[in-house]
Design a protein around this ligand. Structure first.
Ligand code: AMP
Length: 588
């Protein structure tokens, strides 16, 4: 398939943010796509080469790309650099420069999607001393045969700056329309995606085998399953109201969610955002397979840092020390953990997702033999709100952050925030009743002791309908010198010249960041705001919602993707809950 078709579609997609239009462009594209190439196109339009969990990263530096453009076009590096500074986007700058040049030359051969994809994959896999030169060679040979528009998109993919703003759901809508003529079938596709986390694979299956193939889609060991999420509640009474008289409660530990795929000695660990995190936990890799009594399993657990002397659970932040490339063995002994299992998703070649919670728990207890390191997460059956209060006390005393409440007779709903799991946190300092996970979109330089750091950050919620990040507050409190340094290190690699189009705010900032980092904040109240864009027009016309007295809790939620951040829907629920509490108090 000609790459020109793809780049023309990308170009059209870049000019709109409307979901219906994006879907239509995709349908037109998929109609022209052969079954052999559809998975590659699905990865490319998300700016990827393979599903996230495989960790294939292009990560080309701008300098290297500029050298490649120069090599293929004969235009001096300096001129390309100048154009880049003017445009703020290297892909765009290159297309302008090459446009001027192609008026005097002609193209050699058409490039195909297959060739671009294979070359990019080769580039991603290059390592070692001569890899830089080889990368330049591969890139310039592609650019040699590319039209200016094609060059623009090849460069954007290479640099990781292709952001068409197309959410996974939009891709699935378009697949359902193209291959089953009914958008409603998205739900069936969604299930296949939830159990495979591989949108390319889903696309190829529906293209080749139709809906039937999708319905038969099976879990594959070592391909992560998208995790089930919980709704939040504010009180013990609400738990009993929602779940009635008999349900399970488990400690809600404050660690890292780990999905373990195990067969014999082979173990792969995935984070909540489905990144392969096996390297950070050599202790899990070594010890857990010995505790398993099954041929193969997929289990879920919370890895929690502990105080070795007292056995107390320590906060999530302690685990950050393990996020390092080198000297991981030292971190393993310095920051010991326990692994606390709470679910089983697959066992001896079969899915467990359809089993009830209580049957899954029984199976889990059979399959995993406990010891000091591997534990079943503490669980008890609740009959009423009082039971919940008592179990909550135990859980807090053990150093956990609250409870997870789970319906006994419900299956595991991969990839969705259902109402079959509820989370109840105990946060005294937070009058809202829960913390929010917000996306860092902008920064303001600090003064005084904070000179050289970002003293204040601009934060956003996730708007699921629009697939945008809507500003909700600025936060400047709750930071320690250490956390400011840490944030500065992380955020520096996310600075952009132009504001990402998915950011929706009228605020100014000293710097804009790619929306990629989630941090946790608490606040005293949610108020109506004329400036912020969160939940705009939802509560009051021409106004959004904002957080009053927001404070950083110290938790950088690296395990969360930005689409996992608190949504506007959640903020609206909190806002309404807060009004209800105020109303109830006024009646007392
Ligand atoms: P939150 O991050 O506040 O949305 O809470 C959900 C997270 O709690 C999950 O992603 C897990 O990492 C964590 N968690 C802790 N204990 C449990 C448990 N018993 N069951 C499920 N998730 C748990």
């Amino acid at each position: 398939m000609e790459f020109a078709i793809l780049s023309e579609t990308f170009n059209k997609m870049e000019s709109t943010r409307k979901r219906l239009e994006l879907t239509q462009f995709l349908v037109e594209l998929f109609e022209k796509t052969s079954n052999e190439v559809i998975s590659k196109i699905v990865y490319l339009l998300q700016g990827k080469l393979r599903p996230d969990f495989e960790g294939v990263e292009l990560g080309i530096a701008e300098k290297l790309a500029i050298r490649a453009i120069s090599k293929s076009s004969g235009i001096p590096v300096k001129k390309i650099d100048e154009e880049y500074k003017k445009e703020g986007d290297l892909g765009h700058a290159a297309s302008i420069i090459l446009e001027q040049k192609t008026q005097t030359t002609f193209l050699v051969e058409d490039i195909t999607v297959e060739r671009v994809y294979e070359t990019l994959l080769k580039i991603a896999k290059l390592e070692g001393a001569r890899s830089q030169d080889m990368k330049i060679k591969y890139i310039s040979s592609l650019l040699n045969d590319a039209s200016p528009l094609e060059a623009k998109f090849i460069l954007k993919i290479l640099l990781g700056t292709l952001r068409l703003g197309v959410a996974e759901n939009t891709v699935m809508d378009a697949l359902a329309i193209t291959f089953s003529e009914n958008k409603e079938n998205r739900k069936i596709l969604q299930h296949a995606y939830n159990v495979s986390s591989d949108l390319g694979e889903v696309a190829e299956t529906i293209a080749k085998k139709g809906l039937k193939g999708i319905e038969e889609f099976k879990i594959t060991l070592f391909n992560p399953i998208r995790p089930m999420l919980a709704d939040r509640i504010r009180s013990e009474e609400e738990a009993a109201e929602k779940f009635g008289s008999k349900f399970a409660a488990e400690y809600k530990l404050d660690g890292e969610r780990v999905q373990l795929h195990i067969e014999g000695d082979k173990v792969i660990l995935f984070s909540r955002s489905l990144e392969n995190i096996s390297n950070y936990y050599p202790d899990i890799i070594e010890k857990i397979p010995k505790r398993i009594q099954a041929d193969n399993v997929i289990l879920e657990a919370e890895a929690v840092a502990i105080n070795e002397n007292t056995g107390q659970f320590l906060p999530f932040q302690e685990l950050m020390h393990r996020r390092r490339k080198y000297k991981i063995e030292k971190a393993v002994t310095q920051y010991p953990i326990t692994v606390n299992f709470f679910d089983i998703l697959f066992c001896n070649g079969s899915s467990c997702l359809e089993m009830d919670y209580k049957d899954r728990r029984t199976r889990l207890e059979k399959v995993l033999k406990e010891d000091e390191f591997a534990k079943h997460i503490p669980m008890a059956i609740m009959n009423n709100g009082d039971d919940v209060s008592e179990f909550m006390e135990n859980s807090i005393n053990a150093g956990s952050e609250g409870l997870m409440l789970k319906m006994l007779d419900k299956p595991y709903q991969a990839g969705s925030r259902g109402s079959h799991w509820l989370k109840l946190k105990r946060e005294y300092q937070n009058e809202l009743g829960d913390s929010l996970d917000l996306v860092v979109i902008g920064g303001y330089f600090g003064k005084g002791r904070r000179t050289g750091n970002y003293g204040t950050l601009l934060l956003a919620t996730y708007d699921e309908d629009e697939d945008t990040f809507t500003s909700i507050c600025k936060v400047g409190t709750g930071f320690t010198d250490e956390s400011l340094d840490q944030l500065y290190q992380i955020l520096n690699s996310k600075v952009t010249i132009k504001k990402n189009p998915r950011i929706d705010t009228e605020m100014e900032a000293d710097v804009w960041f790619e929306p990629e980092l989630v941090i946790e904040v608490v606040a005293s109240e949610i108020t109506i705001s004329p400036i912020h864009k969160a939940a705009r027009n939802k509560i009051r016309k021409d106004a959004g919602l904002a957080l009053r007295f927001p404070k950083f809790t110290g938790k950088i939620r690296i395990e969360k993707t930005v689409e996992d951040a608190s949504t506007n829907e959640e903020v609206i629920t909190l806002y309404q809950g807060q009004k209800k509490v105020a109303h109830d108090k006024s009646l007392m």
